[in-house]
Design a protein around this ligand. Structure first.
Ligand SMILES: [Fe+2]
Length: 359
């Protein structure tokens, strides 16, 4: 994340990146031309600087030269839906935070589009670590939870209507955070005990907003209320008996934890998928539902597209294609001689380790 001042942008030039405020809401979309009128509007609203995401997808794009045309086309299609959904969600939550206005129709449409897109490109969503923007936005987390909820729902063979409801519940599960002070919400370090207690209130606040202010069905509000409850009744806010927790809340709990540990934060490095699976297994039965977590893990792509791996042959390569249902047998393009190693065909070769850095 980089800070960009309004004074650094010239009039008449198209803006090269989406410009965000500190909450991750888009203030000026990419491609818009800066004019004196727009500048004046921004200044009138006390906006003189923006946050710019300079990491985001670049990681995946860095590897485009290795991918097939068809893979690139699918990635681009997914990126479009992801960006549009993020823009809709962040702008709705931001408007709600400031003015208490909220478009339920926009949210319903976003949930629908996500379900449709994941229906077509589930393998891309899962195989693409780069789709998940590695930054500190609160709203991105809600979008990612919604995506994982849809994927898990599909594994549980939910129908389209249930998938859309699960997506909606995922998008809105942390809406209570709009009432938490920024000094706590955006603190780039561990929270103190009292800050944590304040933060925990977002569950009950979220329930109240969804149920009483926005008049969503009870089960949507319950996901906001219950997604931090645990199997061993040590969660919050109510330490409820697990049998009384809604299925969507149990799903959200898994997606919430997985996203939190695999997303990069300013103060901690992201866990790679294979380590994240190990971690999930250690909290199954105490924190997370065992049967649902097992289903969830079936979907995790161990070596996402663009992952740099070392094969047992000693070769180092990039994961360029995935085989559906065989997460440990991707197609790897060797860096040194550009040879393709299809681990589905050559059973003597396997991934020895993930290379964390360029060397
Ligand atoms: Fe939460």
């Amino acid at each position: 994340m980089k800070k960009l001042y309004l004074s650094q942008i010239e009039n008449g030039s198209p803006i090269s990146h989406d410009l965000y405020n500190s909450h991750g809401a888009i203030l000026v979309p990419k491609g818009k031309i800066m004019t004196p009128k727009l500048r004046e509007q921004l200044l009138r609203n006390n906006i003189d600087s923006f946050s710019v995401d300079i990491t985001g997808y670049e990681q995946v794009e860095d590897h485009y030269e290795h991918f097939d045309e068809s893979v690139i086309r699918e990635i681009e299609a997914v990126k479009k839906v992801y960006n549009d959904s993020f823009a809709a969600l962040s702008s709705e939550l931001e408007t709600f935070k400031r003015h208490q206005h909220f478009s339920k129709a926009t949210m319903r449409e976003t949930a629908k589009e996500l379900v449709e897109s994941i229906g077509k490109y589930k393998h891309v969503y899962l195989g693409l670590e780069g789709i998940r923007r590695k930054d500190v936005y609160t709203y991105i987390h809600s979008l990612d939870v919604a995506i994982f909820m849809i994927v898990l729902g599909k594994t549980l063979t939910m129908n389209k209507n249930d998938l859309e409801q699960a997506a909606l519940a995922g998008l809105l599960h942390d809406i209570g955070k709009t009432a938490i002070d920024d000094s706590i919400l955006l603190k780039p370090a561990k929270l103190s005990f009292s800050e944590m207690e304040t933060m925990k209130k977002h569950s009950e606040i979220g329930y109240d907003i969804l149920k009483n202010k926005l008049h969503y069905p009870e089960f949507v509000a319950r996901v906001a209320l219950e997604h931090h409850e645990r199997v061993d009744m040590q969660g919050y806010p109510r330490k409820l008996n697990w049998d009384h927790i809604h299925l969507f809340s149990k799903m959200a709990a898994i997606c919430d934890v997985y996203d939190a540990i695999t997303a990069e934060r300013i103060y901690k490095r992201a866990m790679l998928p294979h380590d994240a699976i190990e971690y999930l297994m250690t909290i199954v039965g105490t924190h997370l539902d065992q049967a649902l977590t097992t289903q969830f893990i079936r979907n995790i792509v161990v070596y996402p597209l663009g992952t740099r791996v070392r094969l047992n042959s000693g070769e180092i390569g990039i994961v360029v294609r995935l085989h559906d249902g065989y997460p440990t047998r991707p197609v790897v393009k060797c860096i040194e001689n550009r040879a393709l190693r299809d681990l589905m065909i050559d059973h003597t070769i396997f991934v020895d380790q993930v290379c964390y850095s360029e060397n």
